[in-house]
Design a protein around this ligand. Structure first.
Ligand SMILES: Nc1ncnc2c1ncn2[C@@H]1O[C@H](COP(=O)(O)OP(=O)(O)OP(=O)(O)O)[C@@H](O)[C@H]1O
Length: 475
């Protein structure tokens, strides 16, 4: 899908930032979760090796830095969530789908794809609750399932997927389009503005947001009686949030009794998992342990800011760094996103803001410009915290730490936010801005909950840091 323009940039940023921090511990992810809860013993971690130019075709760029690890290296490391013993050919997929996969330059399945696909494709179909770290290829697992189950000779919706945001639904549809390129699949986006009034949906695969999907079903534009597979992407979010949860359940209740239910997410807090288990009875399950949730390739940092105003100054100081690759700045509120974006624009910087209050066409144009690399800095809210997959995102900033509705540290949202970088083995950097006791406490609670290390960067060094990285890139 997206091409990787700036892997050496990741290295420049990570190595420079790491050198500015005094604590550079890294944590090994050990994905031992197996279907049905069995634990698989993994061989010891393979040492990360240096990339050799042209050694194996990879969609990661070769870099001049010693720390380079190629995708091929990572897919050969049994401790990596990208590792697989199987090939796509062994996963029982239709030839037309294999063509689609190879067209997308996927060489080997990732761990979640290897484990989930045989379970997802078994007959009679079984429900699935699947968990895997952000950026490890869950979308392909459920998209291949949807496309495998469709009978292209019947012009009726047969596979439906729900996602929490318009942006994510559109992105999933892009994946269906690419993977289904060699099939006769017909597609429909069930998002506001996409389906005309009175239109009857005859597409095989429908992807959308819960509210719009339910409206279309209620209006009889979508007939769900032939649906064989129903997917909830970001399932914990879809079942937890009051309005998304209610709408998702309503949509689910219109599905035939025989319909296969597939729930995927990088996070499944216990309360949601219990509910998911009741919703998807006798499901095959693939789980991660709490300490396995963080993605190793994402370097997590924080900056001590003196005040709310100082946060803005630090952000501006970091601007050149933000634009080396691409970056997303997460704020708690739409107003903050707009305010910072306006201020930065007035100060001569090129940034965009994206949130749920924008006109639909503006929302689409903003994310499309960011996806294509035309815009480089996106200031947003949690609306794009989940699922959005843009390879060139090297930096994520938590301008405001994520909090739950009752003001507590939101470790799940934190993981999803920082997971917008470090996609499929690429490196990334996340920086938390803390400016008072409460934001520091929120970050500390997240660190404890996720058992991860977040290291400090001196804000006084920002200018120097920016300069060094620019110099490194120029040379
Ligand atoms: N087998 C594969 N080989 C190479 N690239 C892959 C493979 N599977 C997926 N990818 C790529 O990896 C990236 C991340 O995949 P995807 O968006 O499905 O992650 P995810 O697990 O759904 O993440 P999130 O939890 O953030 O939603 C995508 O760009 C996708 O094209």
């Amino acid at each position: 899908m997206s091409t990787d323009k700036s892997d050496s940039t990741f290295d420049a940023i990570t190595s420079k930032l790491a050198s500015l921090t005094n604590d550079d511990k890294s944590k090994k992810t050990d994905d031992t979760a197996k279907p049905n809860g069995d634990a698989a013993k993994s061989p010891p971690a393979a040492e990360s090796s240096k990339a050799k130019a042209g050694e194996e075709e990879s969609n990661l760029r070769e870099s001049n830095y010693d720390v380079t690890v190629t995708l091929a290296d990572q897919q050969a490391d049994p401790n990596s969530p990208l590792y697989s013993v199987k090939t796509f050919e062994e996963l029982n997929l239709h030839e037309d789908l294999l063509k689609g996969i190879y067209g997308m330059k996927y060489q080997k399945p990732s761990k979640i794809q290897e484990r989930a696909l045989p379970l997802l494709l078994q007959n009679p179909p079984r429900n699935m609750i699947g968990q895997s770290q952000s950026g490890t290829g869950k979308t392909a697992a459920f998209v291949l399932t949807m496309l495998s189950r469709v009978d292209f000779s019947i012009d009726k919706p047969q596979a439906i997927a729900l996602a929490p945001s318009r942006e994510l639904a559109r992105q999933i549809m892009d994946v269906v389009r690419l993977m289904g390129k060699h099939t006769k699949v017909k597609l429909c986006e069930a998002i506001p503005g996409a389906v005309q009034r009175g239109e009857k949906v005859s597409a095989h695969v429908v992807v959308g947001t819960p509210g719009k999907m339910f409206d279309l079903i209620k209006a009889r534009a979508i007939d769900t009686s032939n649906v064989k597979v129903f997917v909830l992407d970001e399932a914990d979010n879809m079942l937890d949030q009051q309005s998304l949860g209610e709408q998702s359940i309503r949509v689910k209740n219109t599905m035939p009794k025989t319909c296969q239910l597939v729930l995927f997410s990088a996070t499944f807090p216990d309360n949601v998992r219990d509910f998911a288990g009741r919703l998807a009875p006798s499901a095959n399950e693939i789980r991660l342990k709490q300490e396995e949730l963080s993605v190793d390739a994402i370097k997590q940092l924080y900056m001590d800011c003196k005040s709310e105003e100082h946060k803005y100054e630090v952000l501006v100081d970091l601007y050149s760094l933000l634009t080396i690759g691409q970056s997303i700045i997460f704020c708690a509120k739409r107003e903050t996103a707009d305010r910072i974006a306006k201020k930065m624009t007035d100060d001569g910087h090129k940034v965009d803001s994206l949130h749920g209050k924008l006109e639909l066409a503006d929302r689409d144009a903003t994310i499309d410009a960011f996806r294509s690399g035309k815009s480089k800095v996106l200031i947003s809210t949690n609306v794009i915290a989940r699922g959005i997959d843009i390879m060139q995102v090297t930096l994520v900033i938590n301008y405001d730490m994520p909090v739950t509705a009752d003001g507590k540290a939101d470790a799940e949202t934190y993981l999803h936010r920082i997971g917008r970088t470090g996609r499929f083995g690429r490196k990334g950097v996340s920086i938390n801005f803390v400016h008072d006791k409460s934001s520091w406490q929120l970050m500390h609670d997240i660190e404890t909950a996720l058992k991860c290390d977040i290291t400090r960067v001196q804000t006084e060094d920002a200018e120097e840091m920016e300069k060094t990285i620019k110099d490194a890139l120029k040379s």
